[in-house]
Design a protein around this ligand. Structure first.
Ligand SMILES: Nc1nc2c(c(=O)[nH]1)N[C@H]1C(S)=C(S)[C@@H](COP(=O)(O)OP(=O)(O)OC[C@H]3O[C@@H](n4cnc5c(=O)[nH]c(N)nc54)[C@H](O)[C@@H]3O)O[C@H]1N2
Ligand SMILES: Nc1nc2c(c(=O)[nH]1)N[C@H]1C(S)=C(S)[C@@H](COP(=O)(O)OP(=O)(O)OC[C@H]3O[C@@H](n4cnc5c(=O)[nH]c(N)nc54)[C@H](O)[C@@H]3O)O[C@H]1N2
Ligand code: SF4
Ligand SMILES: [Mo]
Length: 669
């Protein structure tokens, strides 16, 4: 029996980017644990990854290329060889290019794997092909925009900084589900006496670790932040010296703030004005207030402006100058690696059409000149995760659309494909990972051989390049070689780390300059409350889009899945308990609903069946569902995104998933 322990990295779209230890016996991964030597993982994993080997060896893994036999969406496929699959793609793409040009081909990918090579290599291929380009905006573009409008390219705060805070606000951050390792830092701060408050739309599982939960009406956090700053300025609690040294536009901003009294904000947010006063004073008087800002609140029509307003808070009280103080909107490590050697924008002969990934439904059903005639999906599941599911599925059902899906599982999207290609899991291919929640970089070698005939993104794009007759040397490298090239391509940041240790597969931390928290990466070198380049140079409150319906629909992440991933694991699906719609007891009473009722949430975009769960965790007027289910596990024939819309955010063209309203009715039993 040959037993070895190998290091790897969690490939999922999660800010924690955990270091893994994989126990391999006779070439089979038998156990996956958190790496004790990883400074952020500290030896623990979340419930999803604790049994990753069950995902890797799941009986539901796709192991051979599959060609559609039955009608679209029927799930009726027959296995074919990789050679045959490549021949089919070559023939169809050549026909489409001949008739419509290469822009009739649309790639669709997001973040099934976060490794820099496997995630980004498709861009090189599609640039070379001259296909339409996908605007990858589904996650947090408005959040990034709002942060940058105030802070420019300022480095993200180190997550461990929170350990030294005495007042932590988890602002729209469901850390228990989405970045559980940050709670280690929250715990350390609490041991030293810190207070922890949550600002949310309902009492998430994270509320359990907080001293207080403030529940706002969805999409109104901007008004809350502005009212907090109103109180701070009104009561002279601002940090005058910090403002003088580091802040641009304070005086003009105080004029704006005059309007946002706690009473007015109370009306907008539904939060008691006295509670707003208390929160503002606690925040301003704390020695080192720390805000951990989630992304959910940015997925509204006013998302970027909301984030801008909240980002001004630490500037007013000088939190950046104190150990333990500041605001985290993420960690930005993009400049550490020369990703351009993977994406190869230089392969693009001329700028091609760009299509916003939030508007896939429209792109497939309405776009002309040229229409989208082929969709190539890799490491994404748009039939489940993209907004306006009915339009997406209508598009996927088009008889004249040639759709290819490269996947590990028979996802909702794969089910509608003409051709499915089996994908490897992260243990079956090499990559290099950076994080958006901490500063470690880590290389992961292949740990086991591919399951069945699965191939990695890199290897499939190499085959496609061959089929399409692209002879650029790029496509003849191996993924291992590309990982090495990334490590060897110098960047100012990479020059400061131990490259040998990185190459050997250990986590290495990117160093931060001393005083980085007060080195502001804006044109003025100051925190720009006033930003002359914005259409609206000063933050104010904007309303969300809303819909003509009575209930806000919050569709929050679940502890037991990650977007639509992990639904292959029956035990995790079971732990979710069912596709519930949480409703406040008063609303349920008014509707005459009882717990467990089968209900339909509906709006002008669609109808989705849920099981009603009555709970006082949410306020009146808000219904909540957690996690994205695969259609096969839904009570009805649609999942949550049949209700969400393709509308975009105020800035950044981001998604507006939570900017959704519905009505609810009971289904006759
Ligand atoms: N277990 C698990 N982990 C995940 C994910 C998952 O689905 N499940 N998703 C991954 C991904 S893709 C990302 S981008 C990251 C971050 O994942 P995100 O989905 O951005 O999660 P959060 O940052 O916690 O933001 C979601 C929270 O915002 C709250 N919220 C919604 N609207 C409002 C509002 O108007 N105001 C306030 N105050 N709160 C609001 C929701 O109730 C929810 O609790 O996590 C990743 N990790
Ligand atoms: N209603 C609602 N919708 C949402 C959200 C929400 O909060 N509410 N969150 C949104 C957010 S923040 C995001 S980021 C998006 C995420 O959307 P996606 O990035 O599409 O995320 P997943 O649903 O995890 O789908 C990833 C797929 O990639 C596959 N995969 C994994 N590794 C590989 C690989 O190496 N190669 C290939 N070819 N496939 C692989 C997995 O099996 C999985 O099916 O969803 C968004 N959708
Ligand atoms: S999903 Fe997140 S918390 Fe869970 S193991 Fe992966 S990186 Fe860590
Ligand atoms: Mo995301």
């Amino acid at each position: 029996m040959a037993q070895v322990n190998k290091r790897s990295v969690c490939p999922y779209d999660c800010p924690d980017t955990c270091g893994l230890l994989v126990e391999v016996i006779d070439g089979k991964a038998v156990k996956v644990q958190g790496d004790m030597e990883h400074p952020y993982t500290r030896g623990t994993l979340c419930p999803k990854m604790a049994n990753y080997e069950k995902t890797v060896y799941s009986p539901h893994r796709l192991t051979r290329p599959l060609l559609r036999k039955g009608p679209k969406g029927s799930g009726d496929f027959e296995p074919i060889s990789w050679d045959a699959a490549m021949d089919i793609i070559k023939k169809r793409w050549r026909e489409i290019i001949g008739q419509y040009g290469p822009e009739a081909i649309l790639p669709y990918s997001y973040a099934g794997t976060m490794g820099v090579v496997q995630r980004n290599c498709g861009e090189a291929f599609f640039n070379r092909l001259g296909a339409s380009r996908l605007k990858r905006t589904i996650c947090s573009k408005a959040k990034d925009w709002g942060w940058s409008a105030v802070m420019g390219s300022t480095l993200g705060i180190h997550p461990d900084e929170a350990q030294n805070s005495d007042f932590i606000i988890l602002w729209g951050n469901n850390a228990m589900a989405v970045n559980i390792h940050f709670l280690h830092n929250v715990g350390k701060a609490k041991e030293k006496g810190a207070q922890v408050w949550l600002i949310e739309t309902y009492e998430t599982p994270t509320a359990r670790v907080c001293d207080k939960a403030v529940l706002v009406r969805p999409g109104t956090d901007g008004a809350l932040a502005l009212a907090m700053m109103h109180v701070i300025v009104r009561d002279g609690l601002e940090n005058k010296q910090f403002i003088k040294d580091y802040v641009l536009g304070y005086e003009e901003f105080t004029e704006v703030l005059k309007d946002y009294t706690p009473e007015k904000a109370g009306e907008i947010t539904g939060v008691n004005p006295e509670l707003i006063e208390e929160l503002a004073r606690l925040y301003a008087k704390a020695r080192a207030p720390f805000i951990s800002l989630g992304s959910g609140l940015s997925r509204y029509g006013n998302g970027a402006m909301t984030v801008r307003a909240i980002t001004c808070l630490p500037a007013l009280v000088g939190a950046w100058a104190v150990p333990g103080g500041g605001l985290s909107a993420g960690v930005f490590t993009g400049s550490a690696l020369e990703t351009a050697i993977i994406t190869r924008n230089d392969f693009l002969k001329k700028p091609t059409r760009e299509i916003n990934m939030n508007q896939l439904g429209d792109a497939l059903t309405e776009l002309d000149d040229p229409p989208v005639m082929s969709l190539y999906v890799y490491h994404s599941n748009p039939a489940a995760v993209a907004p306006d599911q009915n339009m997406v599925i209508k598009g996927l059902l088009r008889e004249d659309l040639f759709s290819v899906v490269h996947e590990r599982f028979m996802t909702d999207t794969a089910r509608y494909a003409d051709l499915i290609l089996p994908a490897t899991t992260s243990l079956e291919h090499p990559d290099l990972y950076r994080s958006y929640g901490h500063y470690c970089l880590q290389k992961a070698d292949k740990v086991i051989e591919p399951v069945g005939e699965a191939k990695s993104n890199w290897d499939v794009f190499a085959l496609l390049a061959q089929a399409m007759g692209f002879h650029d040397p790029y496509f003849s490298h191996t993924a291992d070689e590309m990982v090495t090239k990334l490590i060897e391509s110098p960047t100012p940041w990479l020059a400061q780390v131990d490259l040998a240790r990185l190459a050997a597969g250990y986590p290495v931390e990117l160093p931060l300059p001393e005083n980085y928290k007060t080195q502001f990466g804006t044109p003025s070198g100051k925190i720009e409350i006033f930003n002359k380049d914005e259409e609206e140079p000063l933050p104010r409150y904007l309303e969300p889009h809303g819909d003509d319906a009575p209930f806000w629909l919050v569709n929050s992440p679940s502890i037991y899945s990650l977007n639509s991933s992990f639904n292959e694991r029956e035990e995790l699906v079971k732990q979710k308990g069912g596709m519930y719609l949480l409703m406040n007891p008063d609303d349920a009473l008014a509707k005459g609903f009882v717990d467990g009722d089968p209900v339909v949430a509906f709006n002008k975009r669609g109808e989705v069946k849920f099981i009603l769960k009555i709970t006082s965790r949410g306020p009146k007027g808000v219904v909540v569902t957690e996690g994205i289910f695969w259609l096969k596990d839904c009570p009805g024939d649609r999942s949550v995104n049949a209700l969400t819309s393709q509308r975009l955010t105020d800035r950044g063209e981001g998604s507006t998933f939570y900017d959704t309203k519905v009505d609810v009715k009971r289904i006759k039993k």
